[in-house]
Design a binder for this molecule. Structure first.
Ligand code: C2E
Ligand code: MG
Ligand code: MG
Ligand code: MG
Length: 282
C-alpha cells in the first residue's frame, strides 16, 4: 500500500526522491491493484466483431482486455503490465477466455475466428508457441480459428525471434500486424516476416474523405496486401461512407463502431443468436 511504498523509498533514498517520484508511487499502487485483479480473476475480455464489409456479416472478433469497475483503459494498463512483468499472465488469461468462447461460438459460425493481441514481451517467451498450442487443445479449438495480433514495433526489434512466429504458423495459427502503417520501420521487413494479415490502422480509415489525399495510404496498403497475398482488415470503421470507400478501393474486411462496439461475452452470445449469418449492426 501507499505507506509501504513511501517507507521503502524513504529508507533507501530519502524523502527528496520520494517527493520527485509521486508518479512512480501512483504507478506502483496501480500496478499492485492490477496484479491483484489479474490473480483474483477480476479482469474481463470483450469482443469486437470483424465483418465482411460488403454484407456486414460477422466473420470473427477481436478480443480486447478490460478492467471492470476501473476507469483505466488498456492503453494505460497494458503498458503497465509490460513494465511490471505481469503481461505474460494477463495475456494468457485473455487467450484462454478468447479460445473458450470462440470454441462455443464456432458451433453457430463454423468459420468464426478470434484475434488476440500479444505484446512484444510475450513474443520473447521461449515457451509461447507451446503454451498457445496447449490452450488451443484445452479449448478444443483448431488453430485456424486463432489469429495473433502483433504491432509493427513488436515485430521489428532486434530481439524479435522470427522462429517463434514460424513455429506458431507451422501449427496453423495466423499472425496479423496490428495498427499497420503507424510504425516507423521500413517496408522492407514486410517481405521477410512470416505474417498472414495486415490490420490497417484506424487513423488511415479516419482520413478517408472521397479525395485522393485522404485515401493515398489506404490505397497503397491495399495494393501491398494484394501483392504480398496478405489478408487486410480495416480498423476503426465508423461511418457508412468509409465502408463504401473501402469497398471501392478493394478492402473487403473491417471492424469498428459503425458495425459494433466491443461486446461482453453475453452480448456476443446474443448477437450470434440473433444474427447468425445476418448483417451485424448494433
Ligand atoms: P488495438 O489492438 O488496435 O485495438 C483496437 C482498439 O480500437 C480498441 O481499443 C477498440 O476498442 C478501439 N476501436 C474499435 N473500433 C473503433 C472505432 O470505430 N473507432 C475508434 N476510435 N476506436 C475503435 P481498446 O480496447 O481500448 O484497446 C487499445 C489497445 O490496447 C489495443 O489496440 C491493443 O493494442 C491493446 N490491447 C487491448 N487488449 C489487449 C490484450 O489483451 N493484450 C495486449 N497485449 N494488448 C491489448
Ligand atoms: Mg489489435
Ligand atoms: Mg489495432
Ligand atoms: Mg491500437
Amino acid at each position: 500500500d501507499a505507506a509501504m511504498y513511501a517507507a521503502k523509498r524513504r529508507h533507501s533514498h530519502g524523502w527528496e526522491l520520494y517527493a520527485q517520484t509521486a508518479e512512480d508511487l501512483a504507478e506502483g499502487l496501480l500496478a499492485d491493484e492490477l496484479t491483484n485483479a489479474v490473480r483474483g480473476g477480476r479482469m474481463a475480455v470483450v469482443y469486437q466483431p470483424i465483418v465482411n464489409l460488403a454484407d456486414g456479416r460477422m466473420i470473427g472478433a477481436e478480443a480486447l482486455v478490460r478492467w471492470p469497475g476501473r476507469d483505466v483503459f488498456p492503453d494505460v494498463f497494458v503498458p503497465l503490465a509490460e513494465k511490471t512483468g505481469l503481461i505474460g499472465e494477463l495475456g494468457m488469461f485473455v487467450l484462454r477466455e478468447a479460445l473458450t468462447h470462440a470454441a462455443a461460438w464456432r458451433a453457430a459460425m463454423p468459420e468464426f475466428y478470434v484475434t488476440v493481441n500479444l505484446s512484444a514481451h510475450q513474443l520473447r517467451e521461449p515457451e509461447l508457441a507451446a503454451r498457445v498450442v496447449a490452450e488451443l487443445d484445452r479449448a478444443g479449438l483448431p488453430a485456424r480459428h486463432l489469429v495473433l495480433e502483433l504491432t509493427e514495433s513488436a515485430l521489428v526489434t532486434d530481439r524479435t525471434d522470427i522462429s517463434v512466429l514460424e513455429l506458431l504458423r507451422a501449427h496453423g495459427i495466423r499472425i496479423a500486424i496490428d495498427d499497420f502503417g503507424t510504425g516507423y520501420s521500413s517496408l522492407r521487413y514486410l517481405t521477410r516476416l512470416p505474417v498472414d494479415v495486415l490490420k490497417l490502422d484506424r487513423s488511415f480509415v479516419g482520413e478517408l474523405n472521397g479525395e485522393p489525399e485522404g485515401s493515398a495510404v489506404t490505397e497503397a496498403v491495399i495494393r501491398l496486401s494484394q501483392i504480398l497475398r496478405l489478408s487486410l482488415v480495416a480498423e476503426g470503421v465508423e461511418t457508412e461512407a468509409q465502408v463504401r470507400e473501402l469497398l471501392l478501393l478493394g478492402c473487403v474486411t473491417g471492424q469498428g463502431y459503425y458495425f459494433s462496439r466491443p461486446l461482453d461475452a453475453p452480448g456476443m452470445d446474443r448477437l450470434i443468436g440473433e444474427v447468425s449469418g445476418q448483417p451485424v449492426h448494433t
